[in-house]
Design a protein. Structure first.
Length: 277
């Protein structure tokens, strides 16, 4: 049952942001409310209550409604319950944007040196990949998607480079990319867009937690040199582009892995080999 793709949408749309209390998700939620006046349904696990409160204050300060729903968005049950809550709060044909910004995953080796446990791998895939499918189909099944809705996954360079201890991250992001392509093929004829935004290094708490402090600082230095502008993308830069993708100007993007890396992968090795420049 879709329903929303064929009829009119409410005048005020909603953005559903998974992982909305901090980092990229928080920046996107605030920007969408400020730029478009869209209401925000943010999902978070309650680990950053101050951040969630700040997002709600920013969204409501922009004149939009905001519900910061405390739940683990990385499960099928959460997707079903969240969609039911949106039926009550937002109504049919109301969701113009779904952003999957979950960043909780296992770090470690696959086979040596006390490898990642099976339950950790399963949980990582649920949060980082499978949940993208769960939320998409829960919203679709209830007719919550607005005409032209943008369903957006977020990715990084881990699918292009091998870094020790990040195998699970790489694998989940690769799975997410395949899900995006297949969902785009299924939902494109219904009038919806499904895309993946791949960007380079952005300094967030989630990124810092992936590496030891000294390693992360070296990474920041190398990636800054690798960027053609000699600066890293920031959270607002990501949010600004997502806001553009939510509009009709970006309607031709579908099933795309959008390169928003600033050229970092192209010159990474040059920056590594010539640190003095």
């Amino acid at each position: 049952m879709s329903g929303a793709g064929e009829g009119g949408a409410p005048s005020a749309r909603w953005a559903v942001v998974l992982g909305a209390s901090s980092g990229t998700g928080a920046a996107i939620a605030e920007t969408i409310a400020r730029r478009r006046g869209w209401h925000v349904f943010g999902v978070h696990r309650g680990n950053w209550p101050e951040g969630a409160a700040a997002v709600q204050a920013a969204v409501e300060g922009a004149g939009a409604q905001c519900e910061m729903w405390v739940h683990d968005a990385g499960t099928a049950a959460a997707a079903e319950a969240g969609a039911e809550r949106l039926v009550e709060r937002a109504g049919p044909g109301s969701v113009g944007l779904l952003v999957h910004s979950l960043a909780s995953t296992a770090v470690g080796r696959l086979a040596i040196d006390q490898p990642v446990a099976p339950r950790q791998i399963e949980a990582s895939f649920d949060r980082m990949a499978h949940s993208f499918v769960y939320w998409t189909r829960a919203l679709y099944a209830r007719g919550l998607l607005a005409p032209g809705a943008q369903i957006l996954g977020l990715s990084n360079l881990m699918t292009e480079a091998l870094v020790r201890n990040t195998a699970v991250i790489s694998a989940t992001k690769a799975a997410l990319e395949m899900y995006v392509r297949h969902l785009a093929m299924e939902l494109g004829p219904e009038g919806y867009r499904v895309n993946l935004l791949k960007f380079g290094l952005v300094v967030t708490e989630a990124a810092r937690c992936t590496f030891p402090d000294e390693t992360f600082e070296r990474l920041v230095a190398v990636m800054t040199r690798a960027s053609h502008t000699r600066q890293l993308l920031d959270l607002q830069g990501v949010a600004d582009f997502v806001d553009h993708l939510a509009g009709p100007e970006a309607r031709w993007f579908n099933g795309a892995t959008i390169d928003f890396t600033g050229g970092e992968p192209l010159t990474f090795f040059d920056a590594l080999m010539h640190p003095e420049e």
